[in-house]
Design a protein around this ligand. Structure first.
Ligand code: ZN
Length: 252
């Protein structure tokens, strides 16, 4: 592992780096992978999380809010993996961080919003599907916990929803465009804690790799793009990513 870490650090030594993250970077913050053995989909039916069901059924909305009320997202804090990416940013080595995660932990760790693209939205903001007004999620969750199980917009009585992208919803166009712009100028990509199997999100690291930018993968277990990686580091993101960033920044 030591030799692989060194090889990856050499590869990234002078590069402007795009970091692409998935659930594996947040497991050490206590957030289970939706698809993993303890994930949400072992307790819930993913069919309940389509935008169509959400709009059509008050019961689905009530269940979604209740689930969010009890969610580990509300108490999770960034870990050393998230902080390592902030160190790259502070050292002027990060093109940007594109994430599939909805936990908001890259921003909470201290990356500026200009450096983060949340492809699947964020649990920290709620939007009215009628008029587009937004609120911090905690404000709306307070209403839910005081008995307003299907909270409505105070302005237009529209349905409220977390800004998280549901099944059947398109990814936000602005987010995808920003991610592609970052992939287009990166010298190298580090994919962390993702099996690189969810499209179109996984197009972002693929696009940089297709251009010849070296790809380093940090993930516990195999990924769909291991064959494209110049270096694959198999293990937990919370220890491997900080170790890699230490080596990269020491090299300066
Ligand atoms: Zn509204």
């Amino acid at each position: 592992m030591e030799r692989d870490l060194r090889e990856a650090a050499d590869l990234l030594a002078d590069a402007s780096i795009l970091v692409f993250t998935g659930a594996g970077i947040s497991t050490e913050s206590g957030i289970p992978d939706f698809r993993g053995p303890d994930g949400l989909w072992t307790k819930m039916d993913p069919d309940d999380f389509t935008i169509g069901r959400y709009l059509a059924s008050e019961e689905v909305r009530r269940r979604s809010w209740q689930l969010q009320l009890d969610s580990t997202h509300r108490v999770a804090v960034p870990n050393d993996g998230h902080r390592a990416i902030v160190r790259l940013w502070e050292s002027d080595r990060l093109v940007g961080c594109v994430t599939q995660n909805i936990d908001g932990l890259h921003l909470a760790a201290g990356l500026p919003s200009s450096a983060v693209v949340e492809l699947h939205g964020n649990v920290r903001e709620v939007r009215c599907l009628g008029c587009g007004s937004t609120w911090p999620a905690e404000e709306v969750l307070e209403r839910v916990s005081s008995g307003d199980g299907d909270p409505r917009c105070p302005q237009c009585n529209g349905i409220l929803k977390l800004t998280v992208v549901s099944f059947g919803e398109l990814l936000p166009a602005g987010a995808m465009a920003r991610a592609h712009a970052m992939a287009a100028v990166a010298d190298a990509t580090v994919a962390v804690g993702t099996t690189l199997s969810v499209f179109p999100a996984a197009q972002v690291p693929l696009e940089a790799a297709d251009r010849g930018a070296p790809l380093v993968i940090i993930n516990q277990g195999p990924t769909e793009m291991d064959h494209l990686a110049r270096v694959k580091l198999d293990g937990p993101a919370g220890t491997l990513l900080p170790a890699l960033v230490d080596l990269i920044l020491q090299g300066k």
